[in-house]
Design a protein around this ligand. Sequence first.
Ligand SMILES: *Cc1c(COP(=O)(O)O)cnc(C)c1O
Length: 398
Amino acid sequence: MPASTPHSYITPTYNPQPISFTRGEGSWLYTADNTAYLDALTGIAVCGLGHCHPQVTEAIQQQAATLVHTSNLFQIEWQEKAAESLCTAAGMDSVFFANSGAEANEAALKMARLYGFNKGYKHPKVIVMERSFHGRTLLSVSATANPKAREGFFTLDSDFIRVPFGDIEAIKQVAQSKSEVTAVLLEPIQGEGGLNIADNGFDFLTDIQALCEQQDWLFMLDEVQTGNGRTGKFFAYQHSNAQPDVVSTAKGLGNGFPIGACMVSGRARDLLQVGSHGSTYGGTPLGSRVVHSVYDVLRQTGIMQNAKTEGDYLQSNLSDELKALGVTTRGYGMMIGVVLPEQTDCSNLVNDAREQEQLIVNVTGGHVVRLLPPLNLARDESDQLIERLTRVVKHTLA
Ligand SMILES: *Cc1c(COP(=O)(O)O)cnc(C)c1O
C-alpha cells in the first residue's frame, strides 16, 4: 500500500467514487457544501420514490419511536398489513419477508429444491439465463451468470442449467434433454446484465409459463430490480398475461430501508411450512411499516404512470439527441439503457458525468449507461437529465 493511502477499516469489496453525500431530497443528492447532484441511479434502483420521501420518512420516524423489532415468534400487525398490500398489488397468495434481494432469491431457490425433493428427485436443477444477476449468497451467486461474481464461489454450479435470455427454444430443448428440472428463474428485464429485454418483450414470460405448466416446473421471477413500480406497473410481469408461482423482490420495496420479499402462489403456495425457512429480522414492525407506506404511495399517486411516461420521454429524447452518433436506447419505464457503440471507452464517463454535469449515473456491460431515476421524476428534471447526459455522451464519443 502506498504510504499516502490512509488505512481503511472497510473491507475493499467496492471501489467507491471520491464523493460523499450528506443529504437527499427527491431526485437530488447534496454534498456537505450543498452542491446538488441529479440522481439518475437512486442507490441502484432503490429509492424509487425519491430520497427521503415525506410519507416514508414519517412512517420510519413514527415506527422507530414506537416499536422496532420483536421477532417472528410474535404476531406483527404491520407485517400482516404490508403482506396484504404487497400480495394484493402483485396478485400473489402470500409472502416471506427477508432483508435483501439475495435472501429473497435464496428463499425462491430453496423452494425450487424442495419442489424437486418432494417429488423424490436426487439432484433438482433450476434453469437460469445467460447474463443474469441474482445476488451474492452462495446459491444466488451460482444462479448468477457474471463470471466476476461467480469466480471462486460457484460450488453449486451443477444445480443450474443456463440458457440464452429470451430463447424459449433453448428452454424447450432442456425440457427434452435433462431430467430433474424443477424451476425456471429469470429477471423480466435483466438489470445488471445490461438492461436486456427479450426480442418478443414480456410475451417471453407467457411462453415460459406455458412450458412450466406443461412440465410441472415452478415459474420464478426475480423482480428485485424490476418490481415496485420501476417499469410502470407494480411488477414487470404485469405487462404480460403471465402468472408466476414465485416472485422475489427487494430494492424499491423499502425505498432505502433494507427489506426483501419472496411471494408465492400457484404450485409454490404450500411449499414453505413452519420451521422450513426463517429470518430473525425479516418483516420487523419497522421494515413492514415502511413497505406498507411505499405501497400506499405507489397506489395513491400517479407515480407508476409517471415512470412510464417520463421513461418513454427520456428514451425518445435521448435517442433523438444521440442516434446520429450510433447511440441507441432500450429498457422500459424508469429502467433505461443508453447503449454507446460497442468499442467506446466508457471508463471516464461516470466521473465526467459527476464532475462536469453533477449527474449520477452508472455504466454496465462496458458500454451501456444505466439510468434508474426516481419514478416521480418531474418533467424539468427529465429535461435536465437529457441535456446533461447528452453532453457527457458527446464528450465521451468526441
Ligand atoms: C440487486 C439485485 C439482486 C441482489 O439484491 P441484494 O439486495 O443486493 O442482495 C438480485 N437480483 C436482481 C435482479 C438484482 O438487481
